[in-house]
Design a protein around this ligand. Structure first.
Ligand SMILES: [Zn+2]
Ligand SMILES: [Zn+2]
Length: 392
């Protein structure tokens, strides 16, 4: 179970941006890796507080988090999960530095990025392949029901000739002489918090610990070859435009059997001209005739799940909204559905047939006048409420 981001930073749900920033700065200074001699627990805490900070400092991400919890910004879902964050240490350090490093006025932080990030460049991270980003276009119907999308991507795959080792057939990579196979070199450096030890990837083998003397003829020693492939992405129901799906380990493999990057699908949801979307709720504008409004009627309205029957009550006014429960979009990670609001507009005909004219003229003679505004009354109350109801 993931810790609540507000608890992580020790701030109230109502905390201002400044309070979030202040809380983060204090915690990040305490658990900053440069202050903790490579202590793993401190490093994990640093990553966590930075992740919490990146969500809570951003009004959009914070709103998504407040609404959906971790699901809104990351977490599990069919086929991968939502993610806007998955910091490794160097990214977390970069966030800290972006917001506090230079502002602190310290030459230690303003100086060499190389030395600062050197400490975090673990062998594994360095060799990891790239993430692949793809855009996924979705219709509102697909958001409503969930969808399996097929995308074609250009990527790299493990070289079949050398099985990814990069070494020519009949040879093997050999241990790196510079680092003795560890992939790391250590040196002293200076930072905001004083002297510290940096561990950086070995310049000879780029952190791999081994070198290839006779490269594979097919891949030139890289261990990867170009490929194009089709992949399927399961999109859970109820996603929104600010979400993206991360398929772990579906990105480009690292060179010479390095770990794979992720595949990140950025969602692009096409507007459906029929509906206005307000989170999980939808609004549909329905025009009805004066007679339907006055006498009541049964009408068909579209929903993302097909047609639905709506009973219009006698005496329905323009601006009144009917709610069809559970016909909105699925609630991501919560179960259930939002509602469909049907906003009524009484339609006035612009052309009338002779027969209609006769009836309308007759009606005009005998109908009641609408209520005066000063009297207040239900009609004006309805209009006032309607104008405020969906305004943003
Ligand atoms: Zn090869
Ligand atoms: Zn080396």
């Amino acid at each position: 179970m993931k810790q609540d981001f507000y608890d992580v930073l020790g701030v109230a749900k109502s905390a201002t941006e400044a309070e979030v920033k202040k809380a983060y700065r204090k915690l990040a200074m305490e658990c900053h890796p440069d202050r903790n001699n490579g202590d793993k627990a401190a490093e994990e805490k640093f990553k966590l507080v930075t992740e919490a900070y990146e969500v809570l400092r951003d009004p959009d991400k914070r709103a998504a988090y407040d609404r959906y919890g971790h699901q809104g910004v990351r977490g599990a879902g069919a086929g991968g999960g939502f993610s806007s964050m998955h910091f490794d240490l160097s990214e977390a350090l970069m966030v800290f530095m972006r917001d506090f490093g230079l502002a602190g006025g310290s030459s230690g932080f303003g100086g060499s990025l190389e030395s600062l990030f050197g400490g975090s460049g673990t062998r594994r991270d360095r060799r990891r392949g790239h993430d692949i980003k793809v855009g996924l276009k979705l219709t509102l119907a697909e958001v409503a029901s969930g969808a399996t999308k097929t995308v074609r991507i250009k990527s790299l795959d493990t070289c079949p000739e050398c099985a990814g080792s990069g070494a020519k057939a009949g040879t093997k990579p050999v241990q790196c002489g510079t680092c003795g196979g560890s992939g790391e070199v250590r040196r002293q450096a200076q930072s905001l918090f004083g002297q510290f030890l940096t561990v950086s990837p070995c310049p000879t083998c780029a952190g791999e610990g081994s070198v290839v003397h006779s490269p594979c003829l097919r891949c030139g020693g890289d261990g990867r070859v170009k490929t194009e492939k089709t992949i399927q992405i399961d999109v859970p129901a109820g996603v929104a435009d600010h979400h993206y799906l991360t398929l772990r380990g579906q990105g480009v493999p690292g060179p010479r059997n390095g770990p794979r990057g992720d595949l990140i699908a950025v969602l692009d949801i096409k507007d459906d001209p029929r509906f206005e979307r307000h989170g999980d709720d939808l609004v549909y504008d329905l025009a009805i005739t004066y007679a339907q409004a006055a006498l009541g009627a049964e009408v068909q309205v579209p929903t993302p799940f097909g047609q639905s029957t709506l009973r219009i009550e006698p005496g329905t006014q323009t601006g009144m909204a009917y709610r069809i429960r559970h016909k909105g979009l699925p609630r991501l990670g919560e179960g259930g559905h939002g509602d469909l609001h049907v906003r009524i507009h009484v339609w006035t005909p612009t052309k009338v047939t002779p027969e209609q004219r006769k009836l309308l003229e007759k009606l005009r003679e005998i109908e009641d006048a609408p209520p005066e505004k000063e009297e207040g009354g239900k009609f004006w109350e309805t209009i006032r409420r309607a104008l405020g109801a969906f305004g943003e």
